[in-house]
Write a protein that binds this ligand. Structure first.
Ligand code: KG4
Ligand code: ZN
Length: 335
C-alpha cells in the first residue's frame, strides 16, 4: 500500500539552508543541503531578506538533485513534506510556496512539518527509539527538554527564557571576532583551550525547574574580554573552551535532573548544537552513567536539513497523524 511505504519529497527553507531530500519507507535516500553561511558570514549573522532571496534560485536545483541522487523521478513520489514553521517568515514562504506549486501540479498530498519536531526526528534515522524518550533540543533558535511519550506526543518540560544555546555560541563568537556561525568556530578553537581558564556562570543550573537562560553569558564574556588589552590566539582558545564548558555543563546538568524525574527509556539529542563534539561526548557519558539508551543524529542531520523533515513526515504518516489540513507558514510556530 502506498501510504505504508511512502516515498516523501521533503523541503526545508526555514533559515539559511535550502534543502531537499527523498525519504522512502523511513530510509533516507538523498539529502541535498545548499548552505548560505558564507554569504551571511560577512554580515556576522543571517540577514532575512538576503536569505529569502537566495532560497529562490537554489530551491528547484536542490529538489532535482535530491531526486537524481535518490535515483527517483517525481512520479515515484507519494507525498510532499515541507517545513511551515518556526523560522524566518520570508524564508519559510519560499519552501511552502514551492511545495504548494508542486502539489497542485502533481496532485500529491502535502504534509506540513514543524521544524522543531523534525530536529527531534533526525535521531530516528538510524536509532531504535523506545518511549518514553527525553529529548534535548539545542538549535540556533531553541533550547528545550521535551518528553516524548509516543509519535506526535510531545511535552516541553523546560526551555530557554531568553537566548538559545546556539545563539550563545553565535553571539559570543561575534564578540570575540571569531566569525559566523559561531558554534563550529568556538568548538574547533575550544580543542586548544583550557576549559577552566575562566569561570563563566552556569545559569539556572541550581533552579528547581528545567528552564535555561543563556543571555547573561555574552555579558560575562564581554566583561572578561575587556580585562585583556589584546585577545591573543591562546586567550581566544581559553575563552572558547571556557564558554563551551559553561553551556554544555548547564545543558547536561539539567538533562541529568530531568532523567531522574521522568525516567525515560531513551535520551535523544537534536538541533544544530548537537553537532558539537564535546556535547555529544558528555551526552553519551550521562546516558551511560544513568544506564539508559542514547540516540544522537549523524552530524549532517543535526544542522538544518530536509532529511529530518521527511523523517518527521514519515512517522506522522505511519502513526496516522498526518491528516491533510489547510496551512500557511507560521514563523512563530511552537512545538
Ligand atoms: O538547527 P540549526 O541548524 O538551525 C536552527 O534551527 O536554529 O542550528 C544552528 C545553530 C547555530 O547557532 C550554530 O552556531 C550551532 O547550531 N552549531 C553549533 C555547532 N554546529 C552548529 N554549536 C556548537 N558546536 C557546533 N559544532
Ligand atoms: Zn533548525
Amino acid at each position: 500500500m502506498k501510504s505504508l511505504h511512502p516515498t516523501i519529497l521533503a523541503i526545508e527553507s526555514s533559515c539559511d539552508e535550502t534543502s531537499a531530500a527523498v525519504i522512502s519507507g523511513g530510509r533516507i535516500e538523498s539529502n541535498i543541503v545548499a548552505s548560505q553561511a558564507d554569504l551571511h558570514a560577512k554580515f556576522g549573522g543571517v540577514v532575512p531578506e538576503v536569505a529569502a532571496r537566495e532560497h529562490i534560485p537554489a530551491m528547484i536545483p536542490a529538489i532535482k538533485l535530491a531526486l537524481k541522487d535518490a535515483g527517483r523521478k517525481l512520479s515515484d513520489v507519494t507525498h510532499i513534506a515541507v517545513t511551515y514553521g518556526p523560522g524566518l517568515a520570508t524564508s519559510l514562504m519560499v519552501g511552502v510556496d514551492t511545495a504548494r506549486a508542486l502539489s497542485s501540479a502533481t496532485n500529491l498530498p502535502l504534509i506540513p512539518v514543524n521544524h522543531l519536531e523534525a530536529h527531534i526526528y533526525a535521531g530516528f534515522a538510524e536509532n531504535k527509539i523506545r518511549f518514553p524518550a527525553l529529548v534535548l533540543v539545542v538549535s540556533g533558535g531553541h533550547t528545550m527538554i521535551v518528553l516524548m511519550s509516543g509519535h506526535g506526543r510531545l511535552k516541553i518540560v523546560g526551555q530557554t527564557l531568553d537566548d538559545a544555546a546556539g545563539e550563545a555560541f553565535d553571539k559570543t563568537a561575534k564578540l570575540l571576532g571569531l566569525g559566523y556561525p559561531g558554534g563550529p568556530k568556538i568548538s574547533a578553537l575550544a580543542e586548544q583551550g583550557r576549559k577552566d581558564a575562566f569561570a563563566f556562570p552556569r545559569p539556572l543550573l541550581k533552579a528547581a525547574n528545567y528552564d535555561f537562560s543563556f543571555s547573561g553569558l555574552k555579558t560575562a564574556v564581554l566583561y572578561e574580554a575587556q580585562k585583556h588589552r589584546r585577545l591573543t590566539p591562546t586567550l581566544k582558545a581559553d575563552f572558547a573552551a571556557s564558554l563551551q564548558a559553561a553551556i554544555i555543563e548547564t545543558l547536561i546538568g539539567k538533562l541529568s535532573k530531568a532523567i531522574d524525574e521522568f525516567r525515560p527509556k531513551t535520551v535523544l539529542l537534536g538541533g544544530g548544537v548537537a553537532a558539537n563534539r564535546m556535547l555529544r561526548l558528555e551526552f553519551l557519558k550521562l546516558a551511560q552513567a544513568k544506564k539508559i539508551a542514547a540516540a544522537i543524529p549523524k552530524i549532517e542531520h543535526c544542522t538544518d536539513n530536509a532529511a529530518m523533515i521527511g523523517l518527521a513526515a514519515y512517522y506522522r504518516l505511519k502513526s496516522g497523524k498526518a491528516e491533510a489540513k489547510a496551512f500557511r507558514s507560521e514563523p512563530s510556530l511552537s512545538l
